[in-house]
Ligand binder design. Structure first.
Ligand SMILES: [Zn+2]
Ligand SMILES: [Zn+2]
Length: 781
């Protein structure tokens, strides 16, 4: 060892670490690492990250830097490390510097995280002082976003403020090498929140062990309202048909699939056929509900997910849930957000008693207040890639990257499945899923959440982006709010926002060919769009092609009653709506059909739509005779489900009309031949599954051909896929493969939902790009 005879060179380096590094056990981790590598110095939280100074040999500093990245705690995420060389000071020992010393702490709040393996072990260890304690947590796990009132993320700013730590908990909290060092929600049986059982009237029922008592009731088929991390769940035994039916009746929720929680991955495998990607999603610390293929032998009551071959399955993420599954009689539980239809999820104990008393037989309550409502997230694997259907618990409030600089901005999103976004610089913070913005309760939740996130990220918007639709509650609210404050307003077209969101996720400026397929969005011609081929840059777009307009008799009513859409489409395709065989196929009375025909003839309450989602509705009404839907996108989901085991079939034909792109006239994609082939198949007894497969093939084929046409006209080879129809796995797969076969480079969403939940992210991208330009073409006057 020749170099031993030379004195080792001592170096000092300052590291500024950005990413998710606060409130996730990063400082104790660095402390331990520094001790192991014999380094002196300190670590402290900084304005937007942590600052570390280390002093020691170059070799040790190098090892420290390497291990910083490879051994970081599970919830930490390092985005960047900036290194600066300093003069050595001869300092000895390593210190953790208190918050605030190095400046204002404003990196915000981490997302809620599932109980970690260490805590789970303690929970079930009779020797541990937290044995069976339903609120144990540590720096690697536990509630964060949902219990925090404001930044900095410190105990006094959370709903744990009223619980004074006992001496044992405090000692852990103060000990830099303890897993609970600065674990803000740290608690135990002695000092933390308590749990109790209450009857339907909300009055406490004295029980030695409220969890065991709750399990007895669940096993007996009762409906329990259980307070979770982001709100109450309504919970029943998922194997009991009777219990599931009772829950549906009391909740007035009939068709919509319910999510099922099981103990672990092994149990999930018994319910569903899981791919590796699906298992990986299930076990992330965000613990989303994953939509996976249901096994026939699952043992789950048929009423849980009627009419579809998938099941929403997820794993326990809070200690209380683990305790329920620790009892061997509990194997699968329906866990559904405790709300009526699309109301926000209930969080407050009094609110829960008032709103859920008529639904639940009993409550499992606790006194750790939920400060932020947050539903469970929902994810699905599409063609091997995870995709978020609903981005909420476990993801919020983590930011999503933007590749261009945004001024401080609010984007209010759309109408259904609302999610707003706050932006500053190159980060966009999307709110939790807020549900439909149709009424005052929804708007209240919107405002409550906006106040919270503005405070959290210290963002005072200068610009407000909203949807082009003049009738959306989010639009009128945005206008009023911006006017009061004298802020700039930017209106963004719905389908442009979808495509821009996909582009921004991949750092694309455009132009791209954007296939934006979804339910409804307001078009620049005042009609309802939804089957669009756009030539899009971030700041502007042109409409290259669209599905041919079809009448939507009854307007909004046609969304709830697909038979109306079927008559609309069939009349556009030239079918005789007076035909008895057609009406009996749809289960429509002669009288109803006549009224609708007259509406269409006179154009009364009959907007025109190019929506892809509505085409799916019409087809489901014809193929399955489904006259009504119970939830959004039900028709499309059922049609996809029908074809799930079918091989890819040659698609029905769709015809292109008037392609005078030179005159900037959009190509119209007509479904007339598709309808003729489909009706022929139906009449000649072709199986419904095969018809569903041919329909998917036809839609995909038409949009691939439209993209090829767009490429010939513009030379563009990149395609972005977006819109709610991209949740349809078959359609997304056929589109991607078809486009790739034509030599296109295809881009899909990864961190943001392709549905309306992702709209606000796209609105930010469009508005930020527009603001870079000298003129603002979309700016409101
Ligand atoms: Zn833990
Ligand atoms: Zn304690």
């Amino acid at each position: 060892m020749t170099h031993d005879i030379y004195p080792k060179q001592t170096r000092r380096e300052a590291l500024l670490v950005h990413g998710v590094v606060q409130g996730v056990g990063f400082r104790p981790f660095v402390y331990r690492l520094a001790l192991e590598e014999a380094l002196a110095g300190f670590i402290g939280n900084d304005t937007d990250g942590v600052t570390i100074e280390v002093e020691g040999t170059g070799e040790h500093i190098e090892a420290f830097l390497r291990r910083l990245r490879t051994e970081a705690p599970p919830l930490a995420r390092i985005d960047s490390i900036a290194v600066r060389v300093l003069a050595a000071t001869g300092e000895a020992g390593f210190r953790i510097v208190a918050s605030g010393v190095l400046g204002r702490v404003s990196t915000g709040i981490p997302a809620d995280a599932a109980t970690c393996p260490d805590c789970l072990r303690e929970l079930l260890d009779p020797q541990d002082r937290r044995y069976l304690y339903p609120f144990l947590n540590c720096t690697n796990c536990g509630p964060r976003f949902t219990i925090t009132w404001r930044i900095p993320y410190d105990r006094p700013q959370t709903s744990m403020a009223r619980f004074k730590m006992c001496a044992a908990c405090q000692a852990e909290y103060d000990d830099p090498v303890n897993r609970r060092f600065h674990a803000q929600p740290n608690a135990c049986w002695q000092c933390g929140p308590r749990i109790w059982l209450a009857g339907a009237d909300g009055a406490e029922i004295a029980e030695d062990d409220p969890v065991i008592a709750a399990i007895h009731r669940l096993v007996a088929g009762e409906i329990l309202a259980i307070k979770g991390l982001g709100g109450f769940h309504l919970c029943v035994d998922a194997t009991s048909e009777a219990a599931v039916m009772r829950l549906r009746q009391r909740k007035h929720r009939y068709g919509k699939p319910l999510a099922v929680m099981v103990k672990d991955v092994e149990a999930a495998r018994a319910l569903c056929v899981l791919t590796m990607e699906e298992e990986a999603l299930l076990t992330t610390s965000a613990r989303p509900i994953v939509l996976a293929r249901k096994r026939d032998t699952s043992g789950i009551a048929a009423g849980v997910a009627p009419g579809i071959p998938w099941l929403g399955v997820f794993l326990p993420y809070a200690p209380l849930q683990h305790l329920l599954f620790a009892d061997e009689r509990v194997w699968a539980l329906v866990m559904t957000s405790a709300n009526l239809s699309e109301e926000p999820i209930a969080i407050d104990n009094d609110e829960a008693r008032a709103r859920l008393g008529a639904i639940a037989d009993a409550f499992l309550m606790h006194d750790r207040e939920i400060l932020q409502r947050c539903d469970d997230s929902v994810a699905v694997v599409v063609d091997g890639n995870p995709q978020l259907v609903r981005r909420a618990r476990g993801f919020v409030p983590l930011g999503v990257e933007l590749h261009l600089d945004a001024p401080m901005m609010l984007a209010v999103g759309g109408h259904l499945k609302n999610v707003f976004a706050l932006a500053r610089g190159r980060r966009v913070y999307q709110s939790q899923h807020l549900g439909d913005l149709e009424n005052l309760t929804g708007l209240e939740f919107f405002r409550e959440s906006l106040d919270h996130l503005m405070r959290t990220f210290e963002i005072e918007p200068e610009t407000v982006a909203h949807d082009l639709h003049p009738g959306y509650l989010s639009t009128s609210w945005a206008k009023e709010w911006a006017e009061e404050r004298g802020l700039r307003l930017i209106a963004v077209q719905h389908h442009h926002a979808h495509i821009a969101g996909c582009m921004a996720e991949h750092g694309l400026e455009g132009p791209v060919i954007g296939l934006s397929l979804d339910g409804t969005g307001y078009g620049t011609d005042g009609r309802i769009w939804g089957g669009e081929v756009l030539i899009a840059r971030l700041d502007e777009f042109e409409r290259f092609a669209h599905l041919e307009y079809a009448p939507m008799p009854g307007g909004e009513a046609a969304i709830r009653e697909p038979w109306r859409m079927a008559l609309g489409h069939l009349s556009a395709a030239g079918f005789d709506l007076g035909s008895n065989s057609l009406l009996s196929l749809l289960g429509v009375k002669e009288q109803e059909a006549r009224v609708l025909r007259r509406m269409m003839e006179r154009g009364v309450n009959t907007p025109l739509t190019s929506s892809c989602g509505r085409l799916f509705d019409a087809v489901v009404a014809v193929v399955l005779g489904r006259g009504r839907v119970d939830y959004e996108a039900q028709a499309a989901i059922e049609l996809e489900g029908l074809a799930v085991d079918e091989p890819d079939e040659p698609g029905y034909w769709m015809e292109f009309k008037t392609a005078d792109w030179a005159a900037r006239e959009p190509v119209r994609i007509c479904a007339e031949p598709l309808w003729r082939e489909l009706m022929d198949d139906l009449q000649s007894g072709v199986s419904k599954a095969r018809i569903a497969a041919r329909f998917h093939g036809g839609v995909a084929d038409a949009f691939v051909r439209a993209a090829v046409l767009a490429q010939k006209a513009t030379g563009i080879k990149q395609v972005a896929l977006s819109g709610g129809c991209m949740h349809n796995r078959r359609l997304a797969r056929l589109l991607r493969r078809g486009l790739e076969a034509e030599g296109f480079v295809v881009f899909q969403h990864a961190h943001v939902s392709p549905g309306d939940g992702g709209l606000s992210y796209g609105q930010v991208a469009v508005a930020a790009a527009m603001l870079k330009m000298p003129k603002l073409p979309g700016e409101a006057h």
